[in-house]
Write a protein that binds this ligand. Structure first.
Ligand code: SF4
Length: 238
């Protein structure tokens, strides 16, 4: 069986399980070879809570692009303290960042999709590749109704780009379910969520949204909706 078929089989096998059951299954199945990539967003805070209730020694990591909101750094601190865990933080290669900024400017991402993708590659994709080294699978907080770019995502996917299984335990959850879980379990969350930011990334590339706008409308808002992925979730193989 190839990896794509294997991912489909996992999805079929686990489709009626709760997110906690899915997480417990894969933590046990992959052992040290699975990691959780958190962006510190609301969904990821739910997953951190679930993972810590199962196995606090799980490899939980995040990316510091150097352009995050102060509130996000505050949340990293608060989360580590609440769960008594260490979140592994990966940084971009400073030489690549310096070259990019020298050649294209500090806010290059506003000038073209190409520039924005270059910045996302250097500040996010490259560090993520280092974080993925030695892993066979990663856990991710994608939900299907977050964006038109995520409608086809599945519970388990073969992530061809990174050569890993990608596990999306909250794939079928609604935004309401996420917030109900956060409130009921008193989970720390980014205070920007209360100020009109449903999806939080880098400071210059995230804005608050208006009532009724798509929940990812505040990310790279100057681009067309179908382009608005940072490259971390592009082209999943179902
Ligand atoms: Fe750069 Fe914006 Fe991508 Fe962050 S989200 S890595 S600042 S282009």
């Amino acid at each position: 069986m190839n990896r794509i078929e294997q991912a489909r089989q996992y999805t079929e096998q686990l489709k009626n399980k709760t997110p906690e059951e899915v997480i417990a299954f894969f933590l046990q199945h992959f052992g040290q070879k699975i990691g959780f990539a958190t962006s510190m967003g609301a969904e990821d805070q739910v997953l951190t809570d679930m993972i810590c209730s199962i196995d606090k020694s799980t490899n939980i990591f995040t990316l510091d692009t150097g352009r995050l909101f102060p509130e996000t750094y505050q949340l990293i601190e608060e989360t580590c303290k609440k769960y008594d865990i260490k979140i592994n933080i990966f940084f971009p290669d400073y030489e690549k960042v310096e070259k990019m900024v020298r050649e294209k400017g500090i806010n290059l991402f506003y000038h073209s999709v190409e520039n924005r993708e270059l910045c996302c590659n250097i500040r996010k994709k490259d560090p993520l590749k280092r974080a993925f080294k030695d892993l066979d699978a990663w856990i991710c907080g994608l939900r299907r109704d977050q964006s038109i770019t995520r409608l086809n995502n599945q519970l388990v996917e073969w992530d061809e780009q990174n050569g890993l299984f990608k596990i999306n335990p909250l794939i079928d959850w609604t935004e309401e379910q996420v917030w109900k879980y956060i409130k009921e379990n008193k989970i720390p969350y980014n205070e920007l969520h209360d100020k009109g930011f449903p999806s939080i990334g880098c400071q210059p590339c995230t804005r608050a949204i208006l009532p009724g706008e798509d929940i990812r409308a505040g990310r790279w808002w100057w681009e067309q909706p179908e382009k608005r992925e940072c490259g971390l979730h592009n082209r999943p193989v179902k």
